[in-house]
Write a protein of this length. Sequence first.
Length: 81
Amino acid sequence: AIYADYREEETEQLIAAYFPEGFDDLARVRIHTYMAVGGLLWYDWSVYKSSLGVTFGPYEESQFRFAKEYVVKARKEWEML
């Protein structure tokens, strides 16, 4: 989902397909937290590569957006547990 630029609905479908047996709220919030961290990691990597002259165009911004969206989502979910 991180690399495919999935939207929320597509991401939730992917998670459900990965866990056909189902999953609880704790698993969901852990997944969303991991996704936020993963987006930030790839954003940082693309910023570093840009400093070396390698550019990734919209990929860099999409990873930053992804990280921002999922950190907000995960924080709200953690508060609800």
